[in-house]
Design a protein around this ligand. Sequence first.
Ligand code: EPU
Length: 482
Amino acid sequence: MKLVPKLPVVRPGGAKVLLPNEIVDLKKPVTRSRVVRVEFCELASEGLMDKFVIRGGNRLVGSIRISGAKNAALPAMAAALLTDEPVILENIPDVRDIQTERNLLVSMGAEVELGYGRASHRTTISCKNLVNPEAAYELVKTMRASTLVLGPLVARMGRARVSQPGGCAIGARPIDLHIKGLERLGSSIKQEHGYIEATADRLRGGHIIFDKITVTGTEDLMMAATLAQGETVMENCAREPEVVDLAALLTKMGAKIEGAGTHTIRIQGVDKLHGARHRIIPDRIEAGTFVTAAVLTGGDLTLTNCDPTHLGALTQKLEECGVSIRAAADSIRVTNGHQLAAADVTTEEYPGFPTDMQAQYMALATQAQGTSIITENIFENRFMHAQELARMGANIKVEGSRAVVRGKTSLSSAAVQCSDLRASASLVLAALVADGETILDRVYHIDRGYERIEEKLKSVGAQIRRIGEFLPRRAAVPSVVA
Ligand code: EPU
């Protein structure tokens, strides 16, 4: 099937709404949870050259509701490929990467429906009529997580053609472990013309020992193994909450999985999976970013709808810096009225300190008294924000995988550029305490993974506004983004 970019189409009237265990065709739209069908659309270049203007100096006080986790939602949406019945996902964040994944699924023939009004964070995916098991370069180049469709497609359709993602702003990020794992499950793999083509009559269970811990690799192969014949044992697996959440969804769909959240996952393959309804876990990185914002601005923030148990490494580190944190079952309150003390950080796989919080922590370290050594162990090139922070007055020296941050330095406003999602978050945080008005360029990076960050920050007292770029749209489309 050829992808023909169309304008976004919204068809509320004739769409289907899914109720537990049944599909009902709606004659009339329902008021509270109308659904809209998503068709393939060119991701609007709109917003791609937006900037944030942030005036620093305000304490952040109040409460922010945390969105669903992008990195749990992406594999959950890919899991819908494993069944011909509808999968209903709640708490899906409204961020650009999710739009990209919807487009990817629609390009394969999936029907994707969005909730409306109160149900606006619900997405229903029906992969009954998959016609095109392919992830094209145009989509994969903008979002590496598109490779998550590889395992489910081979498992259900017997073939998949997925573009090689290539490198990105934070490192080389190969997907060799996904490929080796699929081969262990009996798939034949060909790599040509920049695409990976995987085929298999039916996958069969196997023993996979990951050479290195990989989050999406664990997820991709866990999905593939659910429909393989026999037992799969995967060792040296990622233990991230997003892996556990995916296993919970797959289990609801009828998969037999044990050990998710530990290093060894066992999967008994089944012949068929069915539809399910699942609520995505809260975004621990979004929560961590706002926790850091509260600390930096000497504020008092309560984050609701989050899971403090997923934030252990960060909150422990912040307590070491002198911050007061009170966690409840699904909320966390952070107050800070003291001078921060410097503390070293080393990124590790979960439950260690997350690489996705490293950039934000660096912004914080610029305001701590003393020297903080930040070691990045997961990606080889994830210090792009250091240069931009230095332009704002930070004293940071990068030596290979270590960054030495000497604080406390006062930060001054500047025009800075976002280079990837978390680097952007770090610059937003720095701008909140900088003297004067910082202009942040290329905020499309932040829109990939933070839902309306400027509105959430504004609601607790930040001075932040989004401005559009008045250049011709064509010229504004970026090439490869991380
Ligand atoms: N790696 C390989 N071969 C592979 C796969 C990974 O060598 O086949 C290496 C990577 O190059 C990296 C390390 O293994 O050095 C870990 O990479 P991993 O596969 O765990 O990363 P990922 O699955 O591609 C996910 C998140 C990232 C997050 C990392 C690490 C999603 C969609 N993405 O990426 O999130 O940084 O795990 O926790 O889940 C973000 O949200 O900003 C983001 C980049």
